[in-house]
Write a protein that binds this ligand. Sequence first.
Ligand code: NAP
Length: 283
Amino acid sequence: MTIIIDGKEISKKILAEIKAETKLLYNRYEVKPGLAVIIVGNNPASKIYVKRKRQTCQSLDFYSEDYDLDESITEKELLNLISDLNNEPSIHGILVQLPLPKHLNEKKILNFINYQKDVDGFHPINQASLLTNESLILPCTPLGILELLKIYNIEIEGKHSVIIGRSNIVGKPLSLMLLRENATVTICHSKTFNLEHYTKQADILISAVGKPQFIKENMVKENSVVIDVGINRLEDGKLVGDVDFENVKNKVYAITPVPGGVGPMTIAMLMKNTLLACKKLSL
Ligand code: NAP
């Protein structure tokens, strides 16, 4: 029987642990993890993600500040807001929902966040810490994937992990994190010749491409583990991953569904990072 990796259930357990620790922290030190969530403009997908993050904050009794900014905000105004939040002791995490409108320089804005409050793990200092094995704040999606593999006792050491996608938020950091766990790592991307050649060798295949039905049954190795990071909305509104789930699931040892796999873990790891940042900055 194939194992369907239940990210939704696991994330609930992790959030319950975070909530308990938050309560302890408050009782002992009168400190609450504080997260500022900034959204610019009206991107519908971004609004859904932000709503979920804010609801999760509330359910954990975190302190949260919401900034819903008009599309016309200038870069200087946004940088001023981030500067204030960088200096605000009750805020331990600052999240700027991506993508930003074109007139705002995404890199400049993310780099301006105090790296100790960069709970997304996108700041160059946090990203570089992966190279030196220091691991300051790690990016949420790769962190969530590693948690899932560990909780399901899926061995990583010595296994061939093939990642499709080389973004700074998923593919690249995940490759370093798996390498640190002693996996043999291959990274594929849009310029990779003969993708199947690599995917068929994967003991652990991770797809972070953003194309529905991209990974077919004939591309995966029997009894492998398939992690689907993709989030794709079909014309009928249905949410699917990159993997042809119904067919691939019959061939593999374990697989994550979409929705209910990696997605909920990403939010749980964001909350975990905020709690960790709070402890580092306040205690
Ligand atoms: P991205 O920056 O668009 O990167 C996509 C990657 O896929 C790129 O590296 C690209 O290669 C590669 N690619 C595109 N077409 C390909 C092809 N035909 N063959 C092989 N590789 C190909 O995306 P991202 O931000 O990493 O996100 C990827 C997907 O994951 C999206 O669906 C996103 O919504 C989802 N996501 C989910 C979560 C979650 O919590 N579940 C979190 C983050 C992202 P090049 O580099 O050569 O262009």
